[in-house]
Design a protein around this ligand. Structure first.
Ligand SMILES: Cc1cc2nc3c(=O)[nH]c(=O)nc-3n(C[C@H](O)[C@H](O)[C@H](O)COP(=O)(O)O)c2cc1C
Length: 226
């Protein structure tokens, strides 16, 4: 004899409408929370980014003690307004308002993740004067040498990035060479055992400079006015 059905009466059918209503409510609340946390954290993220850039700027533009921000829109450069819609450029000036160099952001895929750098461009020697990491996840003791290795950093004391006489791109591409093989001012002496990270630095500096150096050189008077 089947006693189960007699002792346990069948469960009532699940009310589909109530279930859907609850699910909808949970989904709406989760969505609202995501939007809210994005809205709350966005200004903080922006502020942190600006602080990181400010700190790095004075290291990659030697002699700079004050800054003015610009934006490159296609081929022209103008003072940064509230809504940037182009490539940001951070011009560094000395105490007298003399332009000392321009800092630019650049990025490329490294060994682990994207490496983001700020680098300083000196338009008077048409060379790169320094790099600072804004973000990286390269392996400690290997890839992070791009910032910790003094010998690698020497590459950026005066790395040539001269505008091509045609006004398009660089006269010489910035290229990495195996450690100890640097013979030219536009070459980057790589780190042995960390070729991937070294090459990423060379690649990003070359790509950004090929595009931005002609724009900077053609619009220099705008940035020279403090
Ligand atoms: C666990 C591990 C982590 C590594 N991390 C990096 C790194 O952050 N950057 C890098 O360029 N190479 C890294 N390498 C080494 C690369 O795999 C590669 O061997 C090296 O970049 C080649 O350099 P070389 O041509 O000078 O020998 C790592 C290797 C291992 C096993």
């Amino acid at each position: 004899m089947n006693t189960t059905s007699a002792n346990n009466p069948p469960l009532p059918p699940t009310p589909a409408f109530n279930m859907l209503r609850t699910l909808g409510l949970v989904a709406t609340l989760s969505g609202l929370l995501v939007v809210l946390s994005y809205q709350v954290t966005l200004p903080m993220i922006e502020r942190n980014k600006q602080q990181a850039i400010e700190k790095a700027l004075y290291k990659v533009v030697p002699g700079a003690v004050q800054r003015k921000d610009f934006v490159a829109i296609e081929e022209r450069i103008e003072l940064l307004d509230t809504q940037p819609e182009g490539t940001l450029l951070y011009a560094g000036y000395d105490q007298t308002g003399q332009l000392k160099g321009i800092a630019l952001e650049t990025a490329a895929a490294g060994y682990q993740d994207v490496i983001r750098l700020l680098y300083g461009y000196d338009p008077y020697c048409q060379c790169i004067r320094g790099i600072q990491v804004l973000k990286m996840a390269e392996t400690p003791g290997i890839g992070d040498k791009i910032i910790k290795d003094a010998r690698f950093q020497q590459n950026f004391e005066a790395l040539e990035a001269r505008m091509h006489p045609s006004g398009k791109g660089l006269q010489q591409a910035i290229v990495p060479v195996k450690q100890g093989n640097k013979t030219e001012a536009w070459q980057i002496d790589a780190i042995s055992g960390a070729t991937i990270s070294s090459n990423a630095v060379a690649r990003m500096l070359n790509e950004t400079s090929q595009h931005m150096v002609p724009i900077i050189m053609k619009n220099l008077p705008i940035m020279e006015q403090f």
